[in-house]
Write a protein that binds this ligand. Structure first.
Ligand SMILES: [Fe+2]
Length: 339
């Protein structure tokens, strides 16, 4: 048992909301995806399936093999559907692999099987229309904003990797669009905001261009969660392959890389359990599903005008870990007593 196992159990008793956050199962080979998913699900069920929501941050499938995409979609709908809780989905670049293939082949029709399944699945949530860039929902005293990759109905433009992928001339969203999202956040009736997307804000791993257009974020944004940059992958994130926690550039707002749900590109099957406590502070626990252990934890300190300077803090607990823990019996006078 590690200190994180103990902290997780203590935090669990105090959490009023728990969310399981993951991303990037994305195998082109069905058997690999199934092996990783089975491993993660077995571990999650052994933890007692504690989450009231699942936040899936993109790249659920990979490749333009339509038959395999349908198999991957069914596999995951069955597995997550059995948990009986809402699933929120932010699409990522690999969700558009088949659309890209169709475009290159000159085929007008295209499809994104996993994304469309989420749209149709009762109680699950993503953008209502594939051209939309974001959606939001409530969780306690938090408003949660999900940003999605997006594509034209006629496939004339597409945005993935936090940038325009094709159809720059037709792409409809200028700076005023992103300003509108920030205005919606500013007017939000909730005291706290969490944002999530497949990609990071500036300051995070890999591509960050589009989300940077929303900055400066309102200071009630407590956290950004993202995937895409598989922890432990030597190919893409390069020197930042093991960086899980960063801060949004120029802002006192932490952002956390939760990728990936697979152990082929990534070093092991990762996910994050997010706990929200009574006073709305947050706890994030990083899971190694291969080893079935908590490998790290992060307790961001909420920004306050009175006490700015959250950056660099990795542990701010508003609850004492020893509260409610049974104390050993008093050994009596003379044993370890101070003079
Ligand atoms: Fe990705």
């Amino acid at each position: 048992m590690t200190v994180f196992d103990e902290l997780y159990e203590l935090g669990k008793k105090r959490a009023k909301h728990t969310v399981w956050v993951f991303s990037d199962l994305q195998q082109a080979k069905f058997e690999n995806a199934k092996r990783c998913l089975d491993l993660c699900m077995e571990d999650y069920l052994e933890l007692g399936a504690p989450a009231e929501m699942l936040w899936y941050l993109g790249d659920s499938t990979e490749s333009a093999n339509y038959g395999e995409l349908l198999r991957m979609t069914k596999l995951q709908e069955d597995a997550f559907g059995r948990l009986g809780v809402p699933l929120m989905y932010a699409s990522g670049n690999h969700d558009y692999d088949y659309a890209d293939f169709c475009r290159r082949q000159g085929i007008a029709e295209f499809s994104m099987p996993f994304y469309e399944m989420v749209q149709d699945h009762p109680g699950w949530l993503t953008t209502k229309d594939c051209e939309e860039t974001w959606f939001k929902f409530e969780l306690g005293n938090y408003m949660v904003y999900f940003f999605c990759d997006h594509i034209a109905h006629d496939n004339s433009w597409c945005s993935t990797h936090n940038r325009i992928r094709w159809g720059r001339e037709q792409y409809p969203y200028g700076q005023e669009h992103w300003d509108g999202i920030r205005a919606d956040m500013e007017a939000c009736e909730k005291p706290h905001i969490i944002t999530a997307a497949h990609c990071a804000f500036p300051g995070g791993n890999r591509d960050t261009e589009f989300l940077g257009k929303i900055q400066p974020l309102p200071l009630r944004v407590r956290l950004h969660l993202y995937g895409h940059s598989h922890i432990g992958e030597y190919n893409c994130p390069k020197e930042r392959i093991f960086s899980e926690i960063q801060w949004v550039d120029w802002q006192d707002i932490p952002q956390v890389d939760v990728a990936s749900f697979e152990n082929i590109r990534g070093s092991f099957c990762h996910s994050v359990m997010l706990q929200i406590y009574e006073d709305d502070t947050l706890g994030l626990f990083f899971r190694n599903h291969d080893k079935k252990e908590w490998c790290s934890a992060f307790f961001p300190k909420p920004y306050s005008v009175e006490e700015p300077g959250n950056y660099g803090r990795r542990a701010y607990l508003s609850w004492a870990p020893w509260d409610g823990v049974e104390k050993p019996e008093d050994p009596g006078e003379g044993y370890g007593a101070r003079a």
